[in-house]
Design a protein around this ligand. Structure first.
Ligand code: AP5
Ligand code: MG
Length: 198
């Protein structure tokens, strides 16, 4: 298995680049934000709880989020070639729990791809997307809150993964294809890289 964390601020391109990674390597995508939005759409109890946080740009509590992720891993693992974790971890505690969860399942995080994009660009992308996305958190006020949470709580993970020798910094400005080329060369220079589709 090759397990990849795709990391970066709100609007940095995690979802966009995940689609290209799935196409090339056949990895299994888990976007915790999308899992939560699906629960909200389905009107489940979990969805009702999640909406109270997402609508204000706040993080869902770690304990709940870790349980949701473990369920997704077990639901999807089958004979997966590996996972792309998009939007998880977002706290140091989540990162430690992810390491444990994967170790319990005989695997590990192989690489962290960090999309590095300035705040002004993140805001501009999300405001633009907000015109069509229907996402409750794509409005100026909530975007500002998401950025604050990212800088205060999530960005320390960059150093956490640098210390572990797993972090690959990717300049996140440029075309989607240019950025993907950089990601590809970083991933394919890892030990035991995933095998590209023919
Ligand atoms: P989540 O769904 O993870 O949202 P996010 O991190 O805020 O990021 P986005 O999905 O908005 O952006 P993205 O990086 O995927 O960029 P995209 O490719 O879409 O989380 C949402 C919420 O759920 C959180 O705020 C929290 O409440 C909760 N949550 C989720 N996970 C959690 C966790 N682990 N713990 C606790 N709570 C959690 O691109 C953005 C836009 O830019 C698109 O329009 C795209 O077309 C465009 N774009 C992409 N690349 C480029 C480019 N190179 N140039 C120009 N435009 C581009
Ligand atoms: Mg996304």
């Amino acid at each position: 298995m090759f397990n990849l964390v795709i990391f970066g601020g709100p609007g940095s391109g995690k979802g966009t680049q995940s689609e290209k990674l799935i196409d090339r390597y056949g990895l299994t995508h888990i976007s915790t934000g999308q899992v939560l939005r699906d629960e909200i759409k389905a009107g489940t109890e979990l969805g009702k709880i999640a909406a109270t946080y997402i609508d204000h740009g706040q993080l869902i509590p770690d304990q709940l989020m870790v349980r949701i992720l473990a369920d997704e891993i077990d639901r999807l693992k089958g004979d997966s070639a590996g996972f792309i974790f998009d939007g998880f971890p977002r706290t140091i505690n989540q990162a430690e729990r992810l390491t444990e969860m994967l170790a319990e399942r005989g695997t590990k995080v192989d690489a962290v791809v960090g999309l590095e994009v300035p705040d002004e660009e993140l805001t501009a992308r999300l405001i633009e997307r907000g015109k069509v996305s229907g996402r409750a958190d794509d409005n100026a006020e909530t975007i500002g809150r998401r950025l604050e949470v990212y800088h205060d709580t999530t960005s320390p993970l960059r150093d956490h993964y640098i210390d572990k020798g797993l972090y690959h910094a990717i300049p996140g400005l440029g075309t989607i294809d240019e950025i993907f080329e950089t990601i590809k060369s970083e991933i394919e220079s890892c030990p035991n890289p995933p095998i590209p589709n023919a």
